[in-house]
Ligand binder design. Structure first.
Ligand code: PLP
Length: 491
């Protein structure tokens, strides 16, 4: 039943109430910005008001937001965006010529030569062409058609759009969507919002979060009893688990998708974030085409990329794209119609995406500084990935897989039985209880593993490796100290 009043606002007589609102929305959960983050913000306010705490600052290691963690923007990208936003600067001699050329090209393809105009709904044509060329270079020359590219408001928007196209049915015919566990909760949230059925397949923590086709089959066979499985989502490199899937694994997944007549969604937003020796990013598209026409002309797929991650971390611009492959032309027309309802993705985000897929070339003046900035960010991330694994694994009760890629670690924590009982008494998941205590004691904000899904009886947290190295060392040190204290406190 609705409360009669919440925060002083009466609920009596409202047209829209908790009881009659869209029930699917109520089922949506998104731990990355959940109660722990709200408490972190409250603690920040308390610190400002002078409330004494055992720490002076809250460090938010809960979200993959590089700039929020202090990462500097790539100079060339911001120069071009400044020029696009304020074209009078094109006369300014302080801007390099290649930045001006890019800005002019982007402006020339915008309505009224302004990034303040709407673009076509699928995205600015020259940007889509540049995306297609980028994909071709990345995939060793496998052709990419700009007509199959849809620019989007970050990858999130494209992922939701594709899931919306794919989900239908009632009762036992509802669309089943296979998602990894642990997963990035955009997937579970969208599946809930669309009234579809989540089919969880578990990544193998003991084998560095690898994906096993036997497990896909187990999950699919069980789900066939109560829904209509049609979609298989893969996140590679993985969030929250930081693994990079092998080429063999990707081939196996593609074969499975073909056999089982599943639409593949390949979330590849971390494609430049690969650190571990021996790990390499293989795009689903390339592997699909390498497997020959039997696969490349039949398996339906969408792959996603974003300006939010990799070395640029420009999540606030909300740039992204998807490439659709082997999509029925009539469905594609529906997709184009669907995206046109929302007019267009942000044009500044499209401009930024253009720079990501078409960065300065060796013969251009900005090349050297661009490459240095890019390499520095990726090298620092690789070092932080290594450090994180090394430090966590020194603590009894914390087990951390190598951070092969992406921007997170998802260590397993052993929690004392007393703490588990206490958490249950307080109506909390044990790892939420742990993370809340960590926040209160040490000012570190993490996301409990339960927000991403985990094997029954196991507990984890997700931490981003994005803080600057010095700060990351402090974070790691405090978590390790806390874990030892927590274990003693509840033993
Ligand atoms: C795996 C994965 N996919 C998609 C997204 C969405 O990114 P955006 O919408 O900012 O491009 C994220 C963001 O963290 C992510 O981790």
């Amino acid at each position: 039943m609705s409360q009669p009043a919440v925060n002083g606002v009466s609920c009596v007589g409202k047209v829209l109430t908790l009881d009659n609102m869209n029930p699917n929305v109520r089922k949506v959960e998104y731990a990355v910005r959940g109660p722990i983050v709200q408490r972190a913000m409250q603690i920040e306010r308390e610190l400002k008001q002078g409330v004494k705490k055992p720490f002076t600052e809250v460090i938010k290691a809960n979200i993959g937001d590089a700039h929020a963690m202090g990462q500097k923007p790539i100079t060339f990208f911001r120069q071009v965006l400044a020029l696009c936003s304020y074209p009078e600067l094109l006369e300014d001699n302080n801007f390099p010529e290649d930045a001006k050329k890019r800005a002019q090209r982007i402006l020339d393809s915008c309505g009224g030569h302004s990034i303040g105009a709407y673009s076509t709904s699928q995205g600015i044509e020259c940007v889509r062409q540049d995306v297609a060329r980028y994909i071709e270079r990345r995939d060793g020359g496998i052709p990419s058609n700009p007509d199959n590219i849809y620019l989007s408001t970050g990858a999130s928007d494209a992922i939701v759009t594709i899931l919306k196209l794919l989900t239908c049915g009632e009762g036992h015919t509802r669309t089943g969507v296979m998602i990894p566990i642990p997963q990035y909760p955009l997937y579970s949230a969208t599946v809930a919002d669309q009234g579809a059925v989540q089919i969880s397949y578990y990544l193998d923590e003991d084998r560095c979060w690898s994906l096993d086709v036997q497990e896909l089959r187990r999950a699919l066979d069980a789900a066939k009893q109560h829904c209509n499985p049609r979609v298989l989502c893969i996140i590679n490199p993985g969030n929250p688990t930081g693994q990079v899937q092998s080429r063999q694994c990707i081939e196996d997944v593609i074969r499975f998708a073909k056999e089982e007549h599943l639409f593949l969604m390949a979330d590849e937003v971390y494609q430049d974030n690969v650190y571990a020796e021996g790990s390499k990013f293989h795009s689903f598209k390339k592997v699909l085409f390498d497997m020959g026409p039997e696969y490349s002309s039949t398996v339906e797929m969408a792959s996603f990329h974003s300006t939010s991650k990799c070395y640029m971390g420009e999540c606030g611009f909300r740039g992204g794209y998807m490439e659709v492959i082997n999509m029925d032309p009539e469905v594609k027309a529906q997709l184009t119609k669907l995206v046109s309802v929302r007019l267009c993705p942000p044009v500044p985000g499209q401009a930024l995406l253009d720079l990501v897929v078409n960065p300065p070339q060796p013969d251009e003046p900005s090349y050297t500084s661009f490459m240095k900035e890019r390499t520095d960010v990726l090298a620092a991330l690789a070092e932080k990935a290594r450090l994180t694994e090394e430090i966590f694994n020194t603590v009894p009760g914390i087990t951390c897989n190598p951070v092969q890629g992406a921007m997170y670690t998802f260590p397993r924590i052993t929690l004392p039985q007393k703490a588990i009982i206490k958490a249950k008494e307080e109506g909390q998941e044990p790892d939420m209880f742990y993370c809340m205590r960590l926040l209160e004691e040490k000012g570190i904000c993490l996301v409990p593993g339960s927000g991403f899904g985990q094997k029954e009886g196991t507990f984890h947290f997700r931490m981003t490796i994005l803080p600057p190295t010095d700060k990351l060392k402090i974070v790691l040190e405090r978590i390790c100290e806390f874990h030892q204290w927590f274990t003693q406190e509840f033993s």
